[in-house]
Every structure is written in C-alpha cells, then in structure tokens.
Design a protein around this ligand. Structure first.
Ligand SMILES: CC(C)(COP(=O)(O)OP(=O)(O)OC[C@H]1O[C@@H](n2cnc3c(N)ncnc32)[C@H](O)[C@@H]1OP(=O)(O)O)[C@@H](O)C(=O)NCCC(=O)NCCS
Length: 271
C-alpha cells in the first residue's frame, strides 16, 4: 500500500488503551493496560485506525535518558498485515527519536526482524523467552535495592520513569542489594521477570531463585542466549523456550548495554 493510501498515523491517547490491549492480546502478548499507559504518557505512541474507528496498528518510541530510545508495541492486526503499515509507523518512531538525538533500538520477534532489516536495523544479540510454572510463597518484603542506578549502569541509559512505574505497581517485587537486583511484575498471561542485573551468572541465578520463591504461577523471563548456565538452571526447573528475540539498533551492531551485567531484559517492549 502506498503511504498516501494507508490510514493516517495519529498519536495515541489514554482513550486508546483498550484498543492497544486488543492489538497486543490478539498477538498473544503479555502486556497489561499499565504498559500501554506508560508508552502513551512517557513516550510517543502512534496508531492507525480502520474506517470504523477500530485501532488496527501501533508503534511507540520511548526516549530513554542516554544515547538511545526504545521502539516497542509494533503491532498490526492480522487482516491489515503486509500492506506497509508497520513500516510507516516504525519510520515515524525512528524520526521522533532521531529528532532528539537518540539511536533507535528495539527487540524484534522473528516476524519483526524481516521488517526492521529492510529499514537498516542491525542485530546486536539474541535472547530467549523462557516460560515455566513456579510455586513460591510470598516472603516478607525486603528493602528495595537501588533499582534505577543498577538498571542504568547495565543498560547504558537511565530509565528512571520506567523503573518507578514498575515499582509502583501493586504486584511488583524487586529484591537484591547494592551489587544487583531482580524484579518481577504481573502480566496479562504470566508474571514477567526482569530486569535481572548483577555482576556474574551465579549471582544472577541466586537472585532469580529468590525471586521465584516469592510468587506462584506462570512466569516469563527473557534471557540473553549467552547465559547458558542460567538457561540450564531454568530448564532444570521445567522451563522451556517459548520464542526468541533479537536486540537491534538502527545502523549499530555494538550494544549500548553492558552484556556482562544484563541477565534478563525488562521485556521485549521496553528492552
Ligand atoms: C511484524 C508485523 C508488525 C509486520 O507488520 P506489517 O504491517 O505486515 O509489515 P509491513 O507490511 O510494513 O512489512 C514490510 C516488509 O517486511 C517484510 N515482512 C513483513 N512481515 C513478514 C512476514 N511475516 N514474512 C516475511 N516478510 C515479512 C516484507 O518484506 C514486507 O514487505 P512486502 O510485504 O512488500 O514483502 C506484523 O506481522 C505483526 O503485528 N506481527 C505480530 C506482532 C509482532 O511480531 N510485532 C513485531 C514486534 S518486534
């Protein structure tokens, strides 16, 4: 579809949270309304609607406080795919980030990789989404570690508003100390564990074990493929790989994050 005949791109507002949830739920993603609210209030979120007013496509850009911004929620409802809508929405997000001097970064699904490569995004590293059931019991709350500082040191940008948003949600648990932390929050289908940030893999396994002792139910955790020990530990607890993602950035193969400190990302929509 030529850009001129595609539905117009418009900014999303708080009134679009239900339409956004319909798109992410159709793709069987794990986002909750608070995730959509975060993109709408802290970033630039865009959408396209069908003549009947239904939201049919979305993409959003979050400008982190550092050299890059993150593009997430790239979704096109099934019957509108392969007509160039995602390409137009990503172009818009790229423009928003480049205007304020941020390199666009995203975590791509297998479908997404095919779109982003054509636009000049380059793969940086891969990670797997592990899923499994855990049966923990709530433990007494521990003092909250310095999440925003630890997250910034591992991710190469400050994401204070995102970390505060997660910590402010009722079901979020964060634990750790000055050397590292692990967090878990509620999702639509499963708890989402991550970020997990610390100095070495055995410390990461220790943090994840403590985290898993706190909740009961289905859990997702997105772990860079380099961390084989953590993967083996998850597999031994009955976890399987559900799908894989590729961290990509526009024209840049070198990651902004410290790969030696990042053991699980916050989620592919946030990086
Ligand atoms: C990925 C997704 C957003 C693509 O949306 P879209 O509007 O269909 O993408 P576009 O039409 O802009 O695709 C542009 C090009 O990317 C490539 N492409 C897109 N989807 C593809 C697919 N499933 N298989 C192969 N190539 C594909 C094609 O080259 C396509 O151009 P063409 O149709 O002229 O051949 C959509 O399939 C979707 O919502 N999938 C589920 C959610 C998801 O995975 N989102 C990506 C998150 S990273």
């Amino acid at each position: 579809m030529a850009a001129s005949s595609a539905p117009a791109i418009r900014p999303l507002t708080a009134r679009d949270v239900d339409g956004g949830m319909a798109l992410s739920s159709e793709a069987d993603w794990n986002q909750v309304p608070d995730d959509w609210r975060h993109f709408i209030s802290c970033g630039k979120a865009f959408g396209m609607q069908a003549p009947d007013g239904r939201l049919i496509a979305s993409a959003a850009a979050l400008p982190y406080d550092g050299p890059y911004g993150f593009i997430g929620m790239v979704l096109v409802t099934r019957q509108w795919r392969r007509q160039g809508l995602a390409t137009l929405l990503i172009d818009r997000c790229v423009e928003e980030l480049q205007c304020i001097g941020r390199t666009p970064v995203l975590d791509a699904t297998a479908d997404g990789v095919k779109v982003y490569r054509r636009q000049g995004f380059v793969g940086q590293f891969d990670f797997d989404r592990w899923q499994g059931h855990i049966d923990g019991a709530a433990q007494p709350a521990a003092p909250t570690p310095p999440v925003s500082d630890l997250d910034a040191a591992a991710n190469g940008a400050r994401r204070d508003r995102l970390m505060q948003d997660f910590l402010g949600r009722r079901d979020t648990i964060a634990l750790g100390d000055a050397a590292g932390f692990a967090m878990i929050r509620a999702g639509r289908r499963a708890f989402q564990a991550g970020p997990v940030v610390t100095g070495d893999e055995s410390a990461a396994i220790g943090l994840v074990a403590r985290l898993f002792a706190q909740v009961s139910g289905l859990v997702y955790i997105d772990v860079p493929t380099a961390w084989r020990g953590l993967g083996d530990w998850l597999r031994a607890r009955g976890f399987d790989i559900q799908r894989s993602f590729t961290r990509m950035a526009l024209g840049r193969a070198e990651p902004f994050c410290r790969r030696d400190r990042l053991f699980a990302v916050a989620g592919p929509e946030f990086g």
